[in-house]
Design a protein around this ligand. Sequence first.
Ligand SMILES: [Fe+2]
Ligand SMILES: [Fe+2]
Length: 323
Amino acid sequence: MDQKPQAVAEDPAKLAEFQARIDRGESIEPKDWMPERYRRQLTRMMSQHAHSEVVGMLPEGNWITRAPSLRRKMSLIAKVQDEAGHGLYIYCGAETLGVDRADLIDQLLDGRAKYSSIFNYPTLSWADMGVIGWLVDGAAIVNQTVLAKASYGPYARAMIRICKEENFHKRQGYEIVATLANGTPAQKAMVQDAVNRWWWPSLMMFGPSDTDSPNSAELLRWKVKHKTNDELRQRFVNLTVPQAAAVDLTLPDPDLRYDEATKNWEFGAIDWAEFHEVIRGNGPCNRERLEARRAAHENGRWVRDAAAAYAAKHGAASATNAA
Ligand SMILES: [Fe+2]
Ligand SMILES: [Fe+2]
């Protein structure tokens, strides 16, 4: 997505008017003038986000056949299906920036595009389905609630709908966690183990610390973001610590302590070396996830071909997604 030169000379008057619109809290719409850099940043963010929704189906899809009851199976299927829908809304939103969804998907499949590091961790037990809903969807809500106020209209509107569904995901996850935490000693141990494995990767979902986040200042100035990575991470920790206590689970951080002065739960150091390794493609499941997506893309080719043939036969003008 970065085929264009990095530095585009923008008209200073247009740039000033654009910033003034942002500062007035106006929403930027697809046909409005926008700096090339804004378009590129939004394209990067929205495509990474869409890829994350779609790749995010894999760790949980892994457990659909093994869900312990029909009720659990139905809600897990519904949740995974919702994530496909989230991917679709956001790909559609990204297309309003003038990119083609097929190109974005190619970038995911050939490894040029990134997606959230969290989905490169394995789901080892049924308890992971609960903990992912609680922590991973919970972290996504914290992020996405703020993105629902992003300056780019199509992104913000997609987030409003997505957040409603994420709330359902978080509740169904927390209910699984609470059930196991109040279950047999073996169930309690299983859910505690899942929390121990997912806690730190969940904190990494907010991205690098502010001091190490090259895009943050610009995204804040353009009101694509309204809060920094560290502010959002702190909010997530503050929300989650009491939820863990309520079901008598511990979080795997000996440095966790409440600071009366700031009203924040202080937490220990994040292992950024691990984060960067996962982003570089060396997480526990990076290879497996991309292979699964590539196979799904190949196996779905006949559907895209059939849709394109149908559209051509019926004279529809847009059969562009057939690639
Ligand atoms: Fe989602
Ligand atoms: Fe979700």
